[in-house]
Design a protein around this ligand. Structure first.
Ligand SMILES: C[S@@+](CC[C@H](N)C(=O)[O-])C[C@H]1O[C@@H](n2cnc3c(N)ncnc32)[C@H](O)[C@@H]1O
Length: 558
């Protein structure tokens, strides 16, 4: 099944009214901090049981369920709770097809053919049967419920991107297939806003979704009215008849990693335009890009001995990824993490081909380099908080520089693939906030106050909202490029890797290679201006994907 547009759909259009989930559950770690029904944050001393209101508490009848069996891994307790809610809250309908429950695909045959999960499904189904009824001989229905949750449930995030739990929606959302270059995205809301436009149709009928009888008679209002609602929004223009697609995974990954993610989570091989493109899509060539460094002749000692290019790239990415993982699991301190990652980003690796030594470095937009910038921005920020006063400022400065560089790379990718808007919005917001923090530190140094405005970009804020997003982003980027001409060398001083690049939005290498022109002027105003542009760009992208301005820009004046 799939969902197709019933009419031409403009960019930035919400396709459905907000949909309530059929069933949902928090992850275990949020059970005592968030309402188990609507996922809202509970007060510091939450009521018992853990619901924000009497209406929400009515939605759950399994508060005193027995302990979960230990053999359910990799199935999570939240998957089991969602399956229980599904079976409890809806009239079960298996009539449409043996592979469907309430019209939702089970993928039962595929999941049960995989020994790494079939045993867990079996145990989980037995558990559910003991909770909801006494007869445990035939657990087909319980298995189907678990499989429906594994195949269709989506992770629910709060407004800060924190993954709180999962929710399962009816076919209007669950029939939307995945694409690595999707034309839509989705978000979650708690409160209902009146929506009137319905632009989509399912492939079985030529009519719109009001014809609920034709899809198996399942009530469209059978969801848990209090749960997190989902809204689907177009991020590209969609033609009548075109399939609506969203992404099920992180799109900032090359084809091989996306394919293995999709296979392990959903058991299908994606054949979307981006996956089958030959030669590979431009963004994929960047996400896996490596550069030959014949002229620089710089190598890192511990990588000597690598004989072929693929092996060399594998070693380089493994080394960076291990440093990231070690930092995240507290095995290495932030300073060691920065040194390890930066030495590889900066120097690259040497390998031999036909007995000739060659040097390689990751492209600035390589997907492992992107993860490295996220980690470095965090690690330098942690160092700025933990450090003795003397280096607090420098650590903040380099943290902001990495964050701005990441935002710049995300712009390059977004320009070629509009569905990267979601990640780009996050990166530009982070960069704006870290630069704002840096500006505050600069102002404390000079004991001053500042209120800066960019007249060119202020016009963008007030101008006609239909103005082309590309045109607006071009304007903002042109300002960022101008300001960076005098600020980038200040931001990256003492960071040999970032110092190499001409600017955060121009990834060519500086000709001077280390000998840089330092501006002697006070950088406070420039850093504030950069921050405001980052937040303005984040607002533009947030509006595209989420239909709401975050009003970040109003916070930039110091
Ligand atoms: C949430 S459902 C989407 C709707 C589903 N096609 C249906 O018929 O109900 C997810 C499942 O749809 C299939 N699917 C989704 N996107 C796909 C894609 N791009 N290529 C192949 N199969 C896909 C996979 O079986 C996946 O596990």
């Amino acid at each position: 099944m799939e969902i197709r547009a019933a009419e031409d759909i403009e960019i930035r259009t919400d396709l459905f009214p907000p949909l309530s989930p059929l069933a949902s559950s928090l992850y275990d770690s949020f059970l005592s901090s968030h309402c188990s029904s609507c996922f809202s944050l509970l007060p510091p001393s939450p009521p018992q049981p853990l619901y924000c209101s009497a209406a929400c508490s009515l939605t759950d009848s399994f508060t005193n369920s027995p302990q979960f069996p230990p053999e359910i891994t990799p199935i999570l307790p939240s998957d089991i709770r969602t399956s229980l809610h599904l079976l409890n809250s809806t009239a079960v309908d298996t009539s449409s097809s043996p592979h469907r429950l309430n019209n939702l695909l089970t993928n039962h045959h595929l999941l049960m053919a995989d020994p790494s999960i079939s045993v867990a499904i079996h145990h989980a189904a037995n558990y559910i049967a003991t909770v909801i009824r006494s007869n445990q001989k035939n657990t087909e229905l319980e298995e189907a419920a678990i499989c429906v949750v594994l195949t269709n449930a989506v992770e629910v995030h709060d407004s800060n991107g924190l993954a709180l739990g999962i929710a399962l929606y009816d076919f209007r959302f669950s029939w939307i297939n995945h694409s690595c270059s999707p034309n839509s995205c989705y978000r979650f809301v708690n409160n209902t806003t009146p929506y009137h436009d319905v632009h989509v149709t399912n492939t079985q009928t030529s009519s719109n979704l009001e014809l609920q009888e034709q899809v198996g008679g399942t009530s469209l209002n059978s969801g848990n009215g209090n749960g997190p609602k989902v809204i689907v929004r177009s991020i590209k223009r969609i033609k009548s008849g075109e399939e609506i697609t969203v992404s099920y995974i992180d799109l900032l990954q090359p084809k091989g990693v996306r394919q293995s993610d999709l296979w392990s989570k959903y058991r299908f091989t994606c054949n979307c335009g981006r996956c089958v493109a030959s030669p590979p899509a431009y963004v994929d060539s960047i996400l896996e890009g490596v550069l030959a460094l014949e002229s620089e002749k710089t190598t890192v000692g511990h990588f000597h001995g690598t004989t072929n290019k693929e092996e060399a790239v594998g070693k380089m990415t493994d080394y960076i990824q291990e440093a990231i993982d070690d930092f995240l699991s507290d095995n290495i301190d932030p300073k060691t993490c920065c040194e390890m990652i930066e030495s590889v980003l900066h120097h690259g690796i040497q390998f031999k081909e036909d007995s000739q030594p060659h040097s390689l470095r990751l492209h600035a937009g390589h997907y492992v380099a992107l993860n490295a910038y996220i980690t470095l921005a965090t690690a330098y920020r942690v160092r700025s908080i933990d450090s003795e006063t003397g280096i607090v400022f420098d650590m903040s400065r380099i943290s902001a520089a990495y964050s701005l560089f990441l935002a710049g790379v995300s712009h390059l990718l977004f320009s070629a693939e509009p569905s990267f808007a979601i990640s780009a919005a996050k990166f530009w917001k982070n960069a704006g906030e870290l630069l704002l923090d840096l500006a505050r530190k600069l102002l404390m140094k000079s004991c001053g106050e500042s209120d800066v405005k960019c007249m060119k970009c202020l016009m963008l804020e007030t101008s006609n909202s239909h103005r082309d997003i590309k045109e607006k982003s071009r304007q903002i980027l042109s300002c960022v490029r101008d300001i960076s001409q005098v600020t980038w060398s200040f931001l990256t001083r003492g960071c040999p890797y970032l110092e190499k690049f001409r600017s955060p939005v121009d990834f060519s290498l500086t000709r001077t290679n280390g000998e840089r022109e330092e501006s002697s002027t006070d950088q406070t105003v420039n850093v504030l201006l950069l921050s405001s542009h980052c937040l303005l760009y984040a607002d533009l992208l947030t509006d595209l994907c989420y239909g709401q301005k975050s009003h970040l820009v109003s916070r930039f004046r110091v």
